[in-house]
Design a protein around this ligand. Structure first.
Ligand code: FES
Length: 408
């Protein structure tokens, strides 16, 4: 008797399930018919990723501002519908050029604050003229309002991190290296999460070379003591000059910054500045975690570097380039980087920092030897063991064979 009841319950349940299933077909049909034909295929995560990493951006110059007789600020705005990526004050972009059929890149610090990018979808870069310079000449002749500029980014590691850095940041700038501090100073007045205090020690050759003088004065005035700028002139000193003179040394830093021992140092400027400031920071026993040194860009004259093997100067070697199954032999001048040799031959390897730090141009040295500039040698120990190097900061010291992986 009990067995019969159990069987009836199971059969009833089965028939109910079947009925519900067939009823579902009808409901489904109605739902489909009443649904929208506009299907939302957007993917918010992919959209965010695209916004953070938009890749190559096509922009136009919307404004050119003369800062000094030899320095201009260019305001760029995307024309390809892209939003400028978010960046930290202190980072840089990599500008792509095609000059006379040769492709190359140059890193330029973003001189505007992140705020301008968020509010107006614009950013600024400030360039100093380098008479006779391959790219500088092109820029001065062609970068006018309306001209197109291609770039990607942001890149770079000089930006404030409250977990890593002290509340007091000491900026040491030389020449156009001051651009990152304009971005940082403007950003400091925009909200929290920035340094509590910044003291900028800014070295220029002459008073007429000082960039953003009035803007820094105005920022300091409205910062409630958070921003101070100390100018140091190393060349001609005007009769009415009341600032510092000479070069930025350990003694000068100790005199100007009483709490230097606990401050974080950001250094940005030409190669000559790095050598001097490294010595000064060593003398002041500033630990390496408290130093951030931005040295993007190539050395204008590598033979001035005391560590460069001087007997290597004036030679031309043969560079055998391997890319996939292609093989080509080109000349390589001993005082030019391997990256420049590749660019001269129309075989440009992709670059960003052009100083050996970021690893973007990482290539393999299959044969021969190079001298890698030690100040910004970012080649990892494991890479060195396996023969990898950074062509943007390496100079040939023999005939070499190089395998490249990225091309532009
Ligand atoms: S471009 Fe950055 S390491 Fe060569």
């Amino acid at each position: 008797m009990a067995k019969t009841v159990k069987a009836k319950i199971s059969i009833n349940g089965y028939i109910k399930d079947l009925a519900s299933f067939f009823a579902l077909n009808g409901k489904r049909k109605k739902w489909i018919e009443s649904g929208s034909t506009n299907v939302d295929m957007s993917d918010p995560v992919a959209e965010l990723a695209k916004h953070l990493h938009p890749g190559l951006i096509t922009s136009k110059i919307v404004k050119v501002t003369d800062e000094t007789p030899s320095t201009k600020t260019f305001t760029l705005e995307p024309t390809d519908g892209k939003k400028l990526p978010l960046f930290y004050a202190g980072q840089y972009i990599s500008v792509k050029y095609s000059i006379d059929g040769r492709t190359t890149t140059r890193p330029f610090a973003i001189s505007s604050s992140p705020d301008l990018a968020v509010k107006k979808n614009q950013l600024e870069i400030t360039l100093k003229k380098n008479p006779g310079g391959y790219v500088s000449t092109f820029v001065w002749e062609n970068w006018v309002e309306g001209a197109t500029v291609l770039f990607d980014g942001p890149h770079g590691h000089i930006y404030y991190n409250g977990l890593r850095d002290s509340k007091h940041v000491v900026g040491i700038a030389g020449g156009s290296g001051v651009t990152i501090f304009r971005s940082i100073a403007n950003d400091m007045l925009n909200g929290s999460g920035r340094p509590e205090k910044m003291t900028l020690v800014y070295g220029s050759s002459n008073a007429s070379d000082i960039i953003y003088k009035d803007e820094f004065d105005a920022l300091a005035a409205k910062s409630n003591g958070r921003i101070s700028v100390i100018h140091v002139l190393s060349g001609d000193v005007p009769a009415d000059w009341s600032g510092e003179t000479g070069f930025i040394t350990a003694d000068l830093i100790a005199k100007l910054i009483p709490d230097y021992k606990t401050a974080s140092f950001y250094v940005s400027g030409p190669a000559a500045l790095y050598d001097a400031i490294e010595v000064a920071l060593d003398k002041l026993s500033i630990s390496h975690p408290n130093r951030r040194i931005e040295c993007y860009g190539e050395s204008a004259n590598i033979t001035r570097n005391k560590k460069y093997p001087q007997d290597n100067a004036g030679k031309t070697y043969t560079l055998t380039v391997l890319f996939g199954v292609d093989k080509k032999e080109i000349p390589a001048i001993s005082t030019e980087t391997v990256a420049v040799a590749l660019e001269r031959a129309g075989l440009a390897v992709d670059t960003q920092c052009r100083s050996g730090e970021c690893g973007w141009c990482r290539s393999k040295l299959e044969a021969g030897s190079v001298w890698q500039r030690p100040e910004s040698d970012g080649v990892r120990a494991r890479d060195k063991d396996s023969g990898y190097f950074h062509p943007c900061s390496a100079y040939p010291t023999s005939d070499i064979t190089v395998r490249v992986f990225t091309r532009i």
